[in-house]
Ligand binder design. Structure first.
Ligand SMILES: Cc1cc2nc3c(=O)[nH]c(=O)nc-3n(C[C@H](O)[C@H](O)[C@H](O)COP(=O)(O)O)c2cc1C
Length: 183
């Protein structure tokens, strides 16, 4: 699949999910294949720091949902990664997901893909959450197609953030321009 959106929020239809899906809908309108994954119903165990992945080049914790999602990340051209802001940073569930990608770092298996960062906060802290996602994208040598930081508290509030909605549509246009440069 071309464009994969992943929300780390435990709210299945929360603000992060909705903002990512505004981007995906814009991309879909151009006829480009997309997929959306929520981590809300997924089991993602933390990295144990065992370092066995340095030899095996894959995370050895095999009995949860991480590997199936990572296969999809490996298969995509553009990854949209989003998180709610928890204590001025990304939420723990997404951090666990990211930490386990250390197993792919040794051979730079994710390098060359394009990345978009999405964060939502009620009031403050979005920027640091954004930096954490950017740290993931930079470390894995993604190139950056842009970001959206939105404001919202209760699920659906993000729809009232007109600036974030517009930015999400602009990011969709950037992704389409990248994937269909001749149009
Ligand atoms: C544990 C927890 C920590 C939070 N920390 C912050 C914060 O540091 N700054 C902020 O502005 N909002 C904070 N919020 C509010 C969420 O970022 C906000 O509700 C956001 O819209 C949630 O996104 P979601 O609907 O995608 O889960 C926090 C919420 C929770 C549950």
């Amino acid at each position: 699949m071309k464009v994969l959106g992943i929300s780390g929020s435990m709210r299945e239809n929360g603000n992060t999910a909705q903002l990512i899906n505004v981007i995906l809908d814009g991309v879909k309108e151009a006829g480009i294949e997309t997929e959306y994954i929520t981590l809300a119903d997924k089991e993602i165990r933390p990295c144990t720091g065992c370092e066995v992945c340095k030899e095996r080049k894959w995370c050895v914790a095999e009995d949860d949902d991480w590997a199936a999602i990572m296969e999809k990340v490996l298969d995509c051209e553009v990854l949209i990664l989003g998180s709610p802001t928890y204590y001025y940073d990304i939420n723990g569930h997404l951090k666990n997901f990211i930490d386990r990608t250390y197993s792919l770092y040794h051979d730079r298996k994710l390098a060359g893909r394009k990345g978009v960062a999405v964060t939502v906060c009620a009031d403050r802290g979005c920027e640091r959450a954004l930096e954490t996602i950017e740290g993931f994208l930079n470390t894995h040598e993604f190139s950056y197609l842009g970001y959206v930081c939105g404001k919202g508290y209760a699920p659906g509030d993000i729809r009232k953030d007109g600036r974030a909605m517009q930015k999400a549509r602009n990011i969709a246009d950037s992704i389409v321009r990248f994937l269909q440069p001749e149009d």
